[in-house]
Design a protein around this ligand. Sequence first.
Ligand code: DX5
Ligand code: ZN
Length: 222
Amino acid sequence: MTNILAPSILAADIMRLGEQIEAVRKAGAKYLHIDVMDGVFVPSLSYGVCVVESIRKSCDMVLDVHLMIVDPHRYVETFARAGADILTVHLEACEDVRATLELIRSCGCRAGLSIKPGTPVEAVEPYLDQMDLLLIMSVEPGFGGQVYFPESTRRIAQARAMIERKGRDVDLEVDGGITMANVREVLSAGANVIVSGSTVFRDPQKGAAALMEILREPSPLF
Ligand code: DX5
Ligand code: ZN
């Protein structure tokens, strides 16, 4: 399995966004992680559809849109039309998880399901057949630059074991507090998509290149 870097533009310098996206792309990042926050599901507000639309016009990376919004079903079609490739919704925010994952796929996007640190990993098991990506939050969603919750490592391993047991081809993405010091631990627990905001965008080219070097190391698992 190839490991993928998904830089989160929440930590980018908005005035230099185009240039910084190009730097992470050149360093080998394949996904671009876009955090959409509504001020209700999470305390902060970020950006919405027009940012995805505008990035899509000049960027051919996989747009990995993380919806931290209540009742995300309402916006699936709009984000799909704006050019999202992966649409990830929160289990805790959906009224009907199954219907929302189905809608995402029917719009031509890959369907992602995410859980906050307090939600048991087994809660996603009934939906494994309907998702292409499972996103384990390793901090409380809402802000960049937080510290990785150490218990996330066990949750990642549990999620990977569950995916293997079901024989499903599901990406396991981890988001929040990933640094040069803990990324190997996250990978060896079974994650294959690494989101990183502050570690990458402190210096986009160098940050992404340094993480990519670790992501390319042969994995003990696969
Ligand atoms: C947090 C967001 C993350 C955030 C990660 O709610 O979902 O994607 O940007 O930032 P770092 O890597 O700085 O923790
Ligand atoms: Zn995110």
